[in-house]
Design a protein around this ligand. Structure first.
Ligand code: TMO
Length: 312
């Protein structure tokens, strides 16, 4: 049953691709995480590989553990390596070997504490982090007592927000959202009566088109701030800094990909998306409410001139 289904999907992929020859009969394994642009982009790139005659399977994986999986060849590539959230896991995997830094997107990224613009009415010194801290009481909730509430991302994004609060002596309590959708729901609810809120957000993302806002300015990120207490303004603390304000967005792949799927590896080396393209991928799901796979197909249909040359 499984074999014949596979055979059928293989035949239809071949037909769709004008009988392009697969590099291997084994599927390329694409990872799916818990934010929309990554899910859509994984399908966009997967469909590009299918247009080349290859087969693609999707696995839902932890966004940190995936670097070990790619290193071991259990997952073939990672389309969105965000410097702020995943730089440390990526660097650790690179040091062990088996994973490659294949390409860097044109997009410049930032991931950090963020507030919608109406929050500035309650806390006019923003975006300075000390001004935010002076306003902590404005963000207090029954859940956080007299401390301000910061809604962080899901725990697997490892943002070290609690360490940051501790290192900088902030009067805030970190609450982790169960999903990205919980962050958007909180913003939509706060918008009704313009309640001041501070949440984890990132760019590129759809949210910037919906809620104008700003990132909080923490002490500037410097290499080693997360590992060496001596680095950063507080001498005996790690995480006494913000995330990179001009972070990279990279593509990683298993080292064996180039031999096993050379045609798709060559395409992957050319893949590069801009901030606007990535925000659009997220928007198709988070605003237009499309299924990620349909969003990916819609994106490919509308942008053939962008991606077709990568396959030539
Ligand atoms: C990992 N993320 C892009 C959601 O910050």
């Amino acid at each position: 049953m499984r074999t014949s289904n596979k055979l059928l999907s293989c035949v239809s992929a071949l037909l769709a691709a004008g009988a392009a020859q697969a590099d291997s009969s084994d599927p390329i394994i694409a990872p799916i995480h818990n934010w929309s642009s990554q899910i859509v982009m994984s399908h966009v790139i997967g469909k590009i590989f299918e247009s080349q005659g290859n087969h693609v399977e999707y696995v839902t994986t932890d966004s940190q553990a995936v670097y070990e999986s790619v290193r071991l060849g259990d997952v073939t590539f990672e389309p969105e390596v965000w410097e702020g959230a995943f730089g440390a896991s990526f660097r650790a995997a690179l040091e062990k070997g088996g994973i490659e830094d294949v390409a860097t997107h044109q997009a410049v990224t930032r991931e950090d504490w963020w507030y919608p613009m109406w929050t500035k009415d309650a806390c006019p010194g923003l975006p300075d982090w000390q001004a935010l801290n002076d306003c902590a009481a404005k963000f207090a909730t029954p859940e956080t007592g007299d401390k301000g509430r910061f809604l962080g991302g899901p725990v697997d994004w490892l943002k070290h927000d609690a360490e940051k609060v501790e290192a900088l002596g902030m009067n805030f309590q970190v609450v982790n959202a169960g999903s990205a959708a919980a962050i958007w729901a909180e913003l939509a609810a706060a918008e009704k009566d313009k309640t001041p809120v501070v949440v984890f957000n990132w760019t590129p993302n759809f949210a910037e088109a919906v809620w104008p806002g700003e990132f909080v300015n923490f002490p500037e990120w410097v290499e080693g701030c997360d590992t060496d207490p001596a680095v950063g303004p507080v001498p005996d603390k790690t995480f006494d800094c913000g995330n990179p304000a001009n972070g990279y967005l990279k593509i990683a792949a298993w080292e064996g990909m180039k031999e096993k799927w050379p045609t798709s590896y060559a395409a992957l080396q050319k893949v590069t998306f801009t901030n606007a393209q990535i925000a659009e991928m997220a928007k198709l799901v988070d605003i237009d409410e499309m299924e990620p796979e349909d969003a990916a197909q819609a994106w490919l249909d509308a942008n053939e001139a962008v991606w077709k040359p990568w396959t030539e």
